[in-house]
Design a protein around this ligand. Structure first.
Ligand code: COS
Length: 379
């Protein structure tokens, strides 16, 4: 049984109170307008949550704790999956910077990240999605610099004015596969960096995804994160953590959907009684609650392993796959419980159903997670 520490319980309580108040109140508007939820991000900074893991010497909260991150993401996600996504990607980029950044990179970017200047992660390309190793973005050495050219797509926290710095994975030595890739820390203000097309999405509409266009971007070789040739491994190591975050986000969506279903089924009267008096519906709720809890326990296990510095790739993939499927399952049944009203935009479940769908796709599809799990089993 996972016992949360005093500090973890405090984080959960603080984020829950904030999420159930201002974040929940904005969720519908954020979805309808598709705008960046600036006030939510500022609120999370004010509470010390966006900068949770950043050491105090850089202006952070100094709580480097994978479980606490999951608690924060899931509580936000119960109320607004868009805001949870922005938080999760910022955590992913910060995690890579903290693990692989040089002292100079940390001194420059961690204080900015702690103040709410968002970080992003740029791996995916139009021709390299699940096959992330097939990327084409090039980084060519020129003296003490590298020149970057290419286009990354579906990049979170980029938006017209959102992100500040990005972990970009690029090919430094073509023809040798994933070992020829390197991670760079790219500042948005660098000449040649621009935001291309911003996508019009089905769900999590407040969390934008855009093209990161790199045109002759000159970065010093001090912008390299980790070692030359280590780019793909850094991306995968980062995604181990990112996938645990998405699992937490999915658990939040699942629990949020259950809350909506419980509330509605107690209020809605048909055939002279609340619809939750019907055993068929009660079984729906039991199925939902059990899957959500199973997902949450898988998520906590993966987070605890990562916190201990133990291998967690398989466990992260299991948590991400199972939680994403559980979130979609719970949203589908919660919408069914709402009947026709659930299909209408007046009810939160309509948004949650759309928000949930991406969970089975981004940061590795459910099928990729199963690939990761089975490959490790068969090793
Ligand atoms: N941590 C550290 N290193 C890892 C790793 C991890 N979790 N996973 C793989 N690696 C290493 C491998 O050990 C291998 O190194 P060696 O050759 O030295 O052994 C190297 O990375 C290449 O790994 P692999 O051969 O498994 O790479 P593949 O090209 O077969 O790709 C998958 C593997 C499919 C798992 C990977 O491409 C993937 O995760 N795709 C989905 C990408 C994704 O999630 N995109 C979303 C981006 S964010 S929206």
């Amino acid at each position: 049984m996972f016992q949360l520490t005093e500090d973890q319980l405090t984080i959960q309580d603080v984020v829950r109170t904030y999420a159930q108040g201002p974040i929940k109140a904005l969720a519908d508007e954020i979805d309808k307008t598709g705008r960046f939820p600036e006030e939510n991000i500022q609120g999370l900074v004010d509470l010390g949550i966006l900068q949770l893991t950043i050491p105090e010497e850089y202006g952070g909260t100094g709580m480097d704790d994978e479980v606490a991150k999951c608690l924060a993401v899931s509580e936000v996600s119960k109320c607004c999956a868009s805001t949870a996504e922005i938080l999760d990607v910022h955590y992913l980029s910060t995690d890579i910077l903290m693990r692989k950044g040089t002292p100079e990179q940390k001194a420059k970017y961690l204080p900015q990240a702690a103040q709410g200047k968002l970080g992003g992660f740029a791996l995916t390309e139009p021709g390299a999605g699940s096959d992330a190793g097939g990327m084409k973005t090039r980084a060519v050495q020129d003296g003490d610099d590298y020149i970057l050219n290419g286009t990354k797509c579906f990049i979170s926290n980029l938006g017209p004015e959102e992100g500040n710095h990005f972990v970009v994975i690029a090919v430094t030595e073509p023809g040798i596969g994933t070992k020829g890739t390197t991670a760079f820390l790219v500042d948005r203000s660098m000449p040649g960096v621009s935001c291309g097309k911003t996508e019009d999405k089905m769900g999590i509409r407040g969390a934008s995804v855009s093209e990161l266009v790199l045109e002759d971007v000159r970065v010093p070789k001090t912008a390299i994160l980790g070692q030359l040739g280590e780019g793909f491994k850094i991306a995968m190591m980062g995604l181990d953590g990112g996938r645990i975050g998405i699992a937490a986000q999915a658990c939040g969506v699942a629990y949020g959907a259950i809350e909506e279903a419980v509330k509605y089924s107690g209020e809605r009267v048909q055939f002279g009684k609340p619809i939750n008096a019907n055993q068929g519906l009660q079984w729906y709720l039991a199925d939902m609650a059990t899957r959500a809890d199973a997902a949450w326990l898988l998520t906590l296990r993966a987070a605890a392993l990562r916190q201990e510095g133990k291998p967690c790739t398989t466990e992260a993939a299991m948590a991400k796959w199972y939680a994403a499927e559980a979130a979609c399952f719970c949203c589908d049944l919660a919408l069914q419980i709402h009947g026709g009203y659930g299909y209408m935009k007046d009810y939160a479940i309509e948004r949650m159903y759309r928000d949930a769908r991406i969970l089975r796709i981004y940061e590795g599809t459910s099928e990729v997670q199963k690939m990761v799990i089975s490959r490790n089993l068969l090793k």
